[in-house]
Ligand binder design. Structure first.
Ligand code: SF4
Length: 375
């Protein structure tokens, strides 16, 4: 075994959830690594002595719970657990804030603060109660903009000596940054992939997801289809239906052109209320009418039931109120009715990941409106 000389024993003792078993063995030897792994992952032995995130609050809904976790630097993230008949799904965050700035998502309004470490991602799964049988990277942040840490966390979660989580129970939901999509295609991981598409032409997508400008919509679609072909598995297209914006005949036609006869499921989503006034939530009839049109053009479509709205835990609502005093690095108001106003901060890939230098206030405020995240 090759010893990883860049990792020192003190690094592992400080934050062991960030290492695979074999990394630990290469630095600490088998006996010590085995002992620590048992302490980390066996239900009876696991203690909080190695944890770097703590539960700050739990918001309880009927079948949904939202956890607010405090990180070691005082920032907060949120993680949602959804109880289903077959087990529990955990929706994890990958960043504090998010650089993409989707207009329908409260997380984007906070801007990007920092990436989560592999350990912080893994601990969200460990700390959630219930028998977790599905992990979705759909919380706060764009997972593929935190590529290395997300992939590392998956390797840790599927480590046989640890949780041994089945890889095909893991879904990454992404807006589709092209270089990372290409990299992901080449990984030997059998994860499920969801593309948050939300539009069928460049202009509309750029308006809805202002910081994904520069990624050609057709290439983004081709990259997810290429993933599907390479791994011989179905992919999901998430499509947030916005009446008057992306529910026209042309949208039906274009979706048919891209996805007919492909191994694709289209998930129609309803906007969950945030402070964005430019997006209207479709009613049931509008959703059903659009679904029927897509069905007629040969597509497989599901209307995705949104859960957790009552505790501001549904998609687009997970802005941690504990971080509320942070000011945004992305523009708050994009008017999609005209579709011509652009982000004042849309200056390419590197700037997408510039962190917000203004520190979040470790506020004790409890009564704000927004929560945080997701796709
Ligand atoms: S929907 Fe996802 S990618 Fe878009 S701003 Fe929210 S967290 Fe970021």
């Amino acid at each position: 075994m090759v010893k990883n000389i860049s990792v020192q024993p003190k690094d592992i003792y400080k934050d062991p959830y960030g290492y695979t078993y074999s990394e630990m063995v290469s630095v600490l030897g088998e006996n010590e690594a085995g002992k620590i792994y048992r302490e980390l992952y066996s239900r009876s032995k696991n203690t909080d002595k190695y944890r770097t995130i703590t539960i700050k609050e739990i918001f309880r809904g009927v079948d949904t719970q939202k956890y607010a976790f405090e990180l070691s630097d005082g920032y907060c993230i949120e993680t949602v657990s959804i109880r289903r008949k077959t087990g529990t799904t955990v929706c994890v965050s990958t960043m504090v804030g998010c650089p993409v700035g989707c207009i329908f998502c409260a997380s984007g309004e906070n801007g990007f603060v920092r990436n989560l470490t592999p350990s912080e991602i893994v601990q969200q799964v460990i700390l959630v109660k219930g028998k977790v049988n599905r992990i979705v990277f759909m919380g706060m942040g764009e997972p593929l903009f935190n590529y290395d840490n997300v992939i590392k966390s998956i390797h840790i979660l599927r480590d046989r000596k640890g949780i041994n989580f089945p890889t095909d129970g893991i879904t990454i939901s992404t807006t589709g940054p092209l270089p990372q999509m290409k990299k992901l295609r080449e990984e030997h991981l059998k994860i499920q992939l969801t593309l948050s598409l939300h539009a069928t032409n460049q202009r509309t997508r750029d308006s809805i997801m202002p910081h994904m400008k520069g990624y050609d919509i057709d290439e983004v679609v081709q990259s997810v289809l290429s993933y599907s072909e390479r791994h011989n598995r179905s992919v999901t297209i998430a499509y947030l239906l916005i009446p008057g914006i992306n529910d026209r005949e042309n949208d039906v036609k274009q979706l048919g052109k891209w996805f007919r006869d492909k191994n694709v499921l289209i998930n129609l989503l309803q906007y969950n209320e945030t402070d964005c006034k430019a997006v209207r939530r479709p009613n049931k009839q509008e959703l059903v009418a659009f679904r029927d049109k897509l069905n007629k053009s040969g597509l497989t479509v599901k209307i995705r039931e949104s859960r957790g709205g009552n505790i501001k835990a549904a998609c687009g609502q997970l802005v941690s109120r504990l971080n509320r005093h942070n000011e945004s690095v992305v523009p708050k108001k994009i008017h999609i009715a005209g579709l011509e106003k652009e982000s004042s901060n849309n200056d390419g890939y590197s700037n997408r990941l510039k962190s917000n230098k203004r520190p979040y206030t470790k506020s004790k405020i409890r009564n704000g409106k927004k929560g945080e995240s997701s796709k």
